[in-house]
Design a protein around this ligand. Structure first.
Ligand SMILES: NC(=O)c1ccc[n+]([C@@H]2O[C@H](COP(=O)([O-])OP(=O)(O)OC[C@H]3O[C@@H](n4cnc5c(N)ncnc54)[C@H](OP(=O)(O)O)[C@@H]3O)[C@@H](O)[C@H]2O)c1
Length: 317
């Protein structure tokens, strides 16, 4: 029975990878910083390693693993955090994988690293490079946008507030992927040799959507009268400039300036394949998988069949 270690198992994608892996009868090892109600600790096929707060010695407790899957991500996206999680922690796991002669390492990365400008993107790319030269069987998965990242304005529009976008609401596009479809894609890399030693950009089965399309969908699903508010992206530049002026005197301003840089990136760059020759994003070249659509997801939230989960990026799309 294949034994998989899932790093970042308490995260949005990680916990779904664990769930799907157990459903597919893999033996699963996870490492957590906190007890999570998401897992059935009585499951014979699940083993939990506790992460020590002071150092990375917990990595030594990983033994007999056949496949490493890393869904790690820095929670803040700030440069220091990105360095220590997206690069350093992943590198320690890779070294451990090599030491115990594990032959396969699957990395959850992000499609936005194809046009890197942000600290966390450079750290992800630096680790991708380490992984590619490691000699292990690697699969680097670069997903488009997650459903949770398009859900940040649901509570606002339900309260009658406007849906906010930048420019004309059509500056960017994405074809989002559900956490279940992505988890199944990640697990398919364990056995599908066509996905080994490859970088795999991947989106969902939806047509590509602009922020305005997402707003229209939300108003229709939640049956609220549409109301929109647009901001110019220059506003983000102006806020960032003020924060950068204050940055030498305030660590708060410094960290917020990186977050505004992230906001500007998502307000202006699409989560699709970038065509280097045509110098544009191409929805038709972005591979897709799965069957879950964003509209079904919004309906499920409305009917409270699933819990609304949002992240720090979600107000930026
Ligand atoms: N949001 C999007 O639309 C999008 C699109 C494409 C790609 N991505 C990428 O997908 C990846 C996963 O995203 P996600 O939303 O599933 O991430 P997430 O929910 O933020 O989960 C991050 C995971 O990493 C763990 N972690 C962070 N720092 C750690 C540390 N120092 N030691 C041990 N564990 C640590 C977290 O543990 P705790 O629970 O203990 O904090 C959590 O399990 C990221 O690389 C992201 O960039 C995101």
């Amino acid at each position: 029975m294949t034994k998989i270690f899932v790093a970042g198992a308490t995260g949005y994608i990680g916990k779904n990878v664990v769930k799907s892996a157990l459903e597919q009868n893999f033996k699963v090892v996870i490492a957590t910083r906190k007890v999570s109600a998401d897992f059935d600790l009585k499951d014979q096929n699940l083993k939990v390693v506790e992460i020590s707060k002071s150092d990375n010695s917990w990595i030594e407790n990983l033994q007999g693993i056949d496949v490493f899957i890393s869904c790690l991500a820095s929670r803040s996206g700030e440069p220091k955090d990105a360095r220590s999680v997206d690069f350093k922690l992943n590198k320690l796991l890779l070294e451990k994988a090599k030491r115990i002669k594990c032959s396969q390492f699957i990395l959850l990365s992000a499609i936005c690293v194809q046009k890197p400008r942000l600290a966390f993107q450079f750290e992800k790319l630096a680790f991708e490079k380490e992984l590619k030269k490691s000699g292990l069987n690697f699969s680097i998965i670069r997903p488009t946008a997650y459903f949770k990242s398009l859900s940040g304005q649901i509570e606002n529009i339900k309260k009658g507030k406007p849906y906010v976008y930048f420019g004309n609401g059509e500056l960017t596009q994405c074809n989002p992927i559900s956490e279940k479809d992505l988890s199944l894609f990640i697990l398919s890399c364990v056995t599908d040799k066509n996905k080994w030693r490859k970088i795999l950009p991947i989106g969902g089965p939806n047509q590509s959507l602009t922020p305005k399309n997402v707003g229209e969908m939300l108003f229709e699903v939640f049956e609220v009268t549409p109301k929109y508010k647009s901001f110019p992206t220059k506003l983000l530049d102006a806020i960032r400039l003020l924060l950068l002026i204050a940055a030498p005197f305030s660590s708060w301003a410094k960290s917020k300036s990186e977050l505004i840089k992230i906001a500007k990136y998502y307000a202006t760059e699409s989560m699709l394949i970038w065509d280097e020759n045509k110098l544009c994003y191409d929805p038709f070249k972005t591979p897709s998988t799965g069957e879950d659509t964003l509209e079904q997801y919004f309906h499920a939230i409305k009917k409270q069949r699933i819990e609304l989960e949002i992240d720090r990026d979600s107000k930026l799309y």
